[in-house]
Design a protein around this ligand. Structure first.
Ligand code: FAD
Length: 466
């Protein structure tokens, strides 16, 4: 029987990053993945394929709607070849997952293909291609998550689908009904809207992106409405039925009336659930809570001291970079180091266009915590760079402590915000004040100037270009 210092179950961004860091720190490491490709949800059916389709559809929209204003004329019709677009997405995925194979080899990590389940706290049974039993002193569970569903919806995966199927459709829907106005629903909704589908977003809460700053939701809602998406907040879905090629969604509005939507595809994007099916956690004594998450303490240690859990399968934001931080954290803990993660500084990003990004506290949270704060906000349309490219929507909002001026939260919507948020993370990690940011030189003309201007606005209303 092969024996390891550490064995990791699941090869998503949590698992494979943990494996690399364990190997770097000199541990004999194994990783077990039930699918034939490494990389988990993120690389195979999540972050990477969705961004590939967002990029392709963005190019199409630019070509059909904006090239002309830039003086670019294309003779003849511009058409979408969906098969080719999906094929390109798959090539990006294959290249990226292949890169993880390379990293595993480079770091001398043993990869086992098969379903891993606990025999006891130090033994894992692998069923599948590389069937065998292995032994490990420490085990990291990184089994991730799967799409959740509403109990009354029967997902047929043809027309009533999850994000996984939405990433490989064979035709552009005529009318895509999306249940859930969260990150995944909005990103995929924008992809198919750009490609010509009619899109309806049905959301239970009173706004899209309900966990983000309300100002961001409002601005993105405006963008979706401008693109002629039908936005239906405060609608509680009651039933989803299929009738041939038609999908009928019934939802109750605030007045108690039942509203009916008819489309040809329905994307159910109501969140994700932690995934522990087949893991046999009980055999090792690992506790799972009533939300299906593996319970961990502040060291990410489960109820069994040599077994750790990271990523989507535990509490906290279901994000690839959060899983990665936790993978490094556990590896370094096992090596006797004292790592630290500040969960308040894990940024959240929506890769629509304009992009939405945030870190730290929202105004709603600061109010609830009775923290006195001030706001500095700056619109992208006032920037030369935004006018040059024609990306005028959005703003940067900085929330700073009223007395100390420390930055407590940064919320932004606009071009390239997914990258701009990194500046806010660095600033907050070093506990910068809004004035600190406002006194740093930002290259001109850039979108990043909106961050500096918002910081100027937060400190005695000193913004220069409004
Ligand atoms: P996962 O990536 O889910 O990996 C878990 C792995 O464990 C899987 O490969 C699974 O097959 C394997 N596994 C499970 N059980 C077993 C077992 N018993 N034996 C062997 N193997 C097992 N996050 C972002 O930060 N940015 C984004 O832009 C983003 N976009 C997304 C878009 C979509 C459409 C979706 C669905 C998700 C997106 N996410 C994004 C979320 C992100 O994918 C997850 O947060 C991330 O993948 C979680 O990583 P993980 O390592 O915890 O688990």
């Amino acid at each position: 029987m092969k024996s390891y210092d550490v064995a990791i179950i699941g090869s998503g961004p949590g698992g494979y990053v943990a494996a690399i860091r364990c190997a770097q720190l000199g541990m004999k490491t194994a990783i077990i993945e039930k699918y034939s490709t490494l990389g988990g949800t993120c690389l195979n059916v999540g972050c990477i394929p969705s961004k590939a389709l967002l990029s392709s559809s963005h190019h199409y929209e630019e070509a059909t709607k904006h090239f002309e204003e830039h003086g670019i004329e294309i003779p003849g019709d511009i058409k979408v070849n969906l098969e080719k677009m999906i094929g390109r997405k798959q090539a990006v995925v294959d290249q990226t997952t292949g890169g993880i194979d390379f990293l595993m080899k480079k770091n001398n990590i043993d990869v086992f293909e098969g379903l891993g389940s606990f025999k006891d706290a130090t033994h894992i049974k692998i069923e599948g291609k590389d069937a065998q039993e292995i032994e490990a002193k420490n085990i990291i569970v990184a089994t991730g998550s799967k799409p959740s569903n509403l109990p009354f919806i029967k997902l047929d995966k043809e027309r009533i689908i999850t994000s996984t199927e939405a990433l490989k459709l064979k035709e552009i829907p005529k009318h895509l009904i999306i249940i859930g106005g969260g990150v995944i629903g909005l990103e995929l909704g924008q992809v198919y809207r750009r490609l010509g589908a009619e899109v309806t977003v049905v959301e239970f809460m009173d706004r899209i992106l309900p966990t983000m700053d309300a100002g961001l939701s409002k601005e993105l809602n405006k963008v979706f409405k401008k693109a002629k998406c039908k936005m239906m907040p405060s609608h509680k879905v009651q039933s989803v039925e299929r009738n041939g090629d038609e999908v009928i969604v019934k939802a109750e509005n605030k007045k108690g009336e039942v509203v009916e939507f008819k489309g040809d595809y329905c994307l159910v994007s109501v969140g994700r659930r932690p995934y522990t099916d087949g893991l046999n956690a009980e055999a090792a004594g690992v506790k799972i809570n009533d939300r299906g998450q593996i319970e961990v303490n502040e060291h990410l240690q489960t109820s069994v001291s040599n077994i750790y859990a990271i990523g989507d399968v535990i509490k906290g934001a279901m994000l690839a970079h959060k899983a990665e931080e936790e993978g490094v954290f556990v590896a370094e803990t096992l090596a006797g180091q004292k790592p630290h993660i500040d969960y308040n500084l894990i940024p959240g990003v929506v890769y629509t266009w304009p992009e939405v990004a945030a870190v730290g506290k929202t105004e709603e949270e600061l109010k609830a915590d009775n923290v006195a704060y001030k706001v500095g906000q700056f619109p992208f349309r006032a920037l030369g760079r935004a006018r040059a490219s024609g990306d005028l929507d959005g703003f940067v909002k900085i929330l700073a402590d009223k007395t100390t001026d420390e930055v407590l939260g940064v919320h932004m919507i606009g071009a390239r915000c997914a990258d701009l948020i990194a500046e806010a993370v660095v600033a907050m990690e070093y506990r910068a004040s809004a004035e600190d940011i406002s006194r740093m030189s930002h290259a001109h003309p850039t979108f990043a100037e909106a961050v500096k201007e918002a910081a100027l606005a937060a400190t005695e209303d000193r913004a220069l270009h409004v």
